[in-house]
Design a protein around this ligand. Structure first.
Ligand code: ATP
Length: 234
């Protein structure tokens, strides 16, 4: 479904990605793990069209989307939940969700998307008229994911969904990610919480200072001595 081939991304003099290649097949959860600053967010931002690679190509459903503007990439079926759950604090839950459907003009389809998201997140339904800024951290993360689902993506890019959440909420968010995948959405998940990420992923890649240093099934990575030492606390 998604093929990233040998991409290089630079921020001025900083060479953030050095020949990164990865593949996500339809139906999979693929996780990209790595330390702070390894280039995980940069990879997602490049796939969703917020950054342009200096080299390499990105294919989605066999179409070359390299360098395509972000709104066109959303139209192809890729939706990105950025790090730090950027919800619009002064807008209500409903208004935030509506923004996720900005490409859809058909009111009936928008209504169906609301129903789908509210079924997945009953907590958001209960708070639909509440300002997003007054939601708890976990609820804001649900809203950020719900907003991304409003465009009915084929591929969901999730950047650190567990960041800053209490363990019980991390558990809940990961269960939700698993359910979204089981309902048919393919997922590329960036996480610092390698333990949780590998527990739900099919496959994973380890990124170190802009390079993929290891890849394999989630089971292989979870059992790898290098991964255990560096990312699973021994
Ligand atoms: P984190 O989990 O801390 O976000 P990450 O693995 O997602 O880490 P990136 O945010 O992709 O890492 O950053 C990769 C490298 O690029 C880092 O060295 C970072 O300092 C640098 N970088 C990221 N964004 C910018 C930017 N806008 N301008 C300059 N350098 C940047």
């Amino acid at each position: 479904m998604l093929r990233v081939e040998n991409i290089d991304v630079k921020y001025g003099a900083i060479h953030a990605l050095k020949g990164v290649s990865l593949e996500v097949k339809a139906g999979e959860i693929v996780t990209l793990i790595g330390a702070n600053g390894a280039g995980k967010s940069t990879t997602l931002r490049t796939i969703s069209g917020l950054l342009r690679p200096q080299n390499g190509n990105i294919f989605f459903m066999d179409k070359d989307i390299t360098g395509m503007p972000a709104q066109h990439i959303v139209k192809q079926g890729i939706s990105h939940v950025p790090e730090g759950r950027r919800v619009f604090a002064n807008l209500t839950v409903m208004e935030n969700l509506e923004l996720g459907a900005y490409l859809e003009k058909d009111r009936k389809k928008i209504k169906e998307s609301f129903e789908r998201v509210f079924t997945r997140f009953p907590r958001l339904y209960e708070r639909k008229n509440q300002l997003a800024g007054t939601l708890s951290g976990g609820e804001q993360q649900m809203l950020a994911i719900g907003r991304a689902l409003m465009s009915k993506p084929k591929l969901l890019l999730l950047d650190e969904p567990s960041m800053g959440l209490a363990p019980i909420l991390v558990q809940e968010i990961f269960e939700i990610i698993n359910e979204i995948n089981k309902a048919g959405t393919t997922i590329l998940l960036v996480e610092q919480n390698a333990h949780m990420a590998l527990s739900i992923a099919h496959k994973g890649y380890v990124l170190e200072t802009g390079r993929i240093v290891l890849q394999g099934s989630a089971k292989e990575l979870a059992e790898s001595e290098d991964v255990k030492k560096a990312y699973l606390g021994g």
